[in-house]
Design a binder for this molecule. Structure first.
Ligand SMILES: [Zn+2]
Length: 345
């Protein structure tokens, strides 16, 4: 009884943030097929039931559009978000800074914060970076799992290619510009050389919005202990990714336990203040894939969390593992909120 009471309190009182969702990609695709009110029809109920307060929507550019269509696709995704938010009759709001995040909470609205997932849409133009900042893009994921004008991404699968490297000359300029514009640098997907360079050329907090611990699942897409310590030393946050192939080390009867495994790992290494959620839920996106696309996806994957309501199962697991209410509130959003308060002025 006491247990259920605490669980319900957490989902009511915690400011819950998912730091990575390819929301704009999904909304644009559905709207291009003629659908409307995607947020209201496909997202609202589960987010409300789980008590989610803020989603970070990435601007994910499908590689078939690179490089020449990157700018157009990013702008179309922002346009689709704006239109769909308008149709939600106040249930959702796009937020551009910390004050607007707090206002959304006050107004009982679900906030959407926009993020680059790879900065291909700015090509090699810092002026475009400034324009995206004006449009409300406040998180800067430098790369996806491939090379771009700024840096190299860590591949998911082995590819035949030359030696990879760190930040390019433009990449160094761009991260400095991001910092001066008050954008949160996001190092999920970057390779190890690029990660080390960002440490050299920046100061202040940065995040890995949707990455896990390499100590549990050994892939370059996850973070080494040294990188986790570096993020904590800068007072940043690591968002745990719920995709099975980045997450599951030891198998459990309930795979959601694996999310708690990564939380435990990071908490044991650096403490409770540096871990969050960046669930990267893909099932909604894959729903609209063609059969051909699904059969030919190079990395087969599925989400360990079916929809946001399943976060309550994670809460149960964390309570059983002796995290208390204030710990869970930090993990579910308090830690990311601390970074947003500091950077998104
Ligand atoms: Zn990603």
């Amino acid at each position: 009884m006491q247990f259920t009471k605490v669980l319900n309190e957490i989902h009511k009182e915690a400011f819950i943030i998912d730091a990575h969702n390819d929301l704009a990609f999904d909304i644009l695709r559905q709207r291009n097929f003629g659908k409307r009110k995607v947020l209201e029809n496909d997202y609202y109920e589960e987010l409300r039931d789980a008590g989610v307060n803020l989603l970070v929507s990435s601007l994910f550019i499908d590689p078939v559009f690179l490089p020449s269509m990157a700018l157009q696709r990013a702008l179309s995704q922002i346009y689709a978000l704006i239109e769909d938010v308008e149709e939600s009759m106040g249930k959702f709001v796009i937020v551009k800074d910390y004050n607007e995040i707090m206002e959304a909470r006050f107004n009982n609205q679900i906030a959407i914060l926009i993020s680059f997932e790879g900065m291909m849409p700015i090509y090699e133009d810092l002026g475009l970076l400034r324009i995206f900042r004006e449009l409300g893009v406040r998180l800067a994921g430098l790369t996806w799992a491939r090379r771009n004008f700024l840096a190299d991404g860590a591949n998911y699968v082995d590819k035949i290619e030359g030696v990879s490297g760190g930040l390019t000359e433009f990449g160094v300029k761009a991260v400095k510009k991001c910092q001066s514009l008050g954008m949160v640098i996001d190092l999920s997907h970057i390779n190890d050389e690029g990660f080390a360079d960002v440490l050299r050329f920046t100061n202040g907090p940065f995040i890995a919005s949707h990455s896990n611990a390499r100590g549990i699942v050994d892939t370059k897409r996850n973070l080494s202990d040294e990188q986790i310590r570096a993020i904590a030393a800068r007072k940043g946050v690591i968002g745990i990714n719920a995709m099975d192939f980045l997450l599951i080390g030891q198998s459990h009867s309930n795979p959601i336990e694996s999310i708690a495994d990564h939380i435990d790992y990071i908490v044991n290494l650096v403490g409770i203040d540096y871990v969050g959620l960046g669930l990267d839920l893909n099932s909604k996106l894959m729903k609209y894939n063609t059969v051909f696309e699904n059969e030919n996806t190079k990395v087969a994957h599925k989400d360990v969390v079916g929809d946001y309501r399943e976060l309550k199962k994670l809460t149960k697991i964390l309570l059983k593992r002796k995290y208390d209410k204030s710990d869970i509130c930090k993990i579910y959003g308090g830690n990311f909120l601390r970074v947003f308060k500091e950077v998104l002025k």
